[in-house]
Write a protein that binds this ligand. Sequence first.
Ligand SMILES: Cc1ncc(COP(=O)(O)O)c(C=O)c1O
Length: 464
Amino acid sequence: MTGFDLQSILDAYGGPPMAGDAAHLNPRFLDLLRLTGFDRRFVGGEGAVLFDERGDRYIDAIGGYACLSVGRRHPVVHDALEQALRIAPPTLVQFEVPPLAVALADRLKRFVNRPEDRVFFVNSGTEAVEAAMKIARAATGRAGFAHWSNAFHGLTFGALSLNGATWLRRGFEPLVPGCHEVPFGDLDALRRTLADESIAAFFFEPIQGKGVIEHAAGVLRDVAEICRATGTLLVADEVQTGLGRTGSALASDQDGVQPDLVCLSKALSAGMVPVGAVLGRAGIFDRVFDSIERSVVHSSTFRENPLAMTAGLAVLQVLDDERLVERSATLGGRLADGLRALAAREPGIRAVRGRGLMIGVELDPRAMAFDLPGFGSRTPTLVAQAVCLRLLAEHRVLVQSTAKSSAVVKIVPPLVLEDADADRIVEVFAATLADLRRGRGAGLRGLLDMLHRAPDVVLRESLR
Ligand SMILES: Cc1ncc(COP(=O)(O)O)c(C=O)c1O
């Protein structure tokens, strides 16, 4: 028997996170956790629920950044991974066609109803985007890329080159040359950008993750037509929206478009083993991998490993067996209806957006904020943070604020969220917004909450 004891390692390192722990990793991230109330330790989780060390129950509407679709500790996923360890098919032979990769590709294509595609497996969302960029360049012989403003496609160099946020790009430039940002939804600007036929691919998120921003009806059909007319590949980044998040196997189906390439990741992993995939028309893939030498022209060591493939296979089975795509649509509808009914009487909410269980609640900083001298454009973030902090600290609901320029609180729970917990999210929003609107508002109260939690961090950040 081995002397390895995982529990004792967790016991030794698993107290509330302290500066000494963070010094091994990223001390400034611990500052962020202290400001936002996340400097606590969760010790267990099941479905859409987390438990802290006192046994308190939290509703998790962050869902591991929208990737825990089947929920935490799903018994089928656990059993599948245990089977994979027990059966132990040889891992990373490399010069083989791994049966589990074949099985996952076959089932994934059926799940998203793209039976003619080929599949290229990767290890993460950003790697799916990198692969799609390389495939698009090699298949078209064109160098350029285009994307919407406010886009988020990941943070490695290629994906970051398609990112709409200057604060994320700053310090890492120069990025990939030939990447063009198009104002979100501006079809004329897109036509102009693609007109000279130098753009290999246009990347889009069916619903933008930052701020949960939806396209106007029909826009994506027009985008698809513009791409077709200019020979530009249309790439749907469904890393977040795909596999049921929006109430459909692919969100782009709901928009009536058939992208040339589709990037997937997040949900496929069950939150357990990183995995991602690019699906695309065979003709496109075959222009990239077009000879024996070039059959390995894009690859990576771990991409078809048995645990990742098993996690993906188990996820697809659970999504089917538990009808979670349909559940996402109905439960998301119930949650959004509840929030919209609240918005009708609550001046602190400006809009409720999204589809299925990808919901954004845009707060109205004017109704919520006391104007803070010197805070200017940071006030919306502060307002959203104040709401998130209260939801966590007082009501034990995990949500995140997503956009820098607007006050949007994002709700992307596991699709197995219970009905009662969906209703509770609406209730605690109502209580929190009513509370933060009173008196001097969320801006000031948020700042005071943060000052109270971490005065050193507030001081250091305001001196920067
Ligand atoms: C639409 C989209 N694309 C790509 C990514 C990057 O995925 P990863 O964090 O796995 O690299 C994300 C992550 O949030 C995403 O939402």
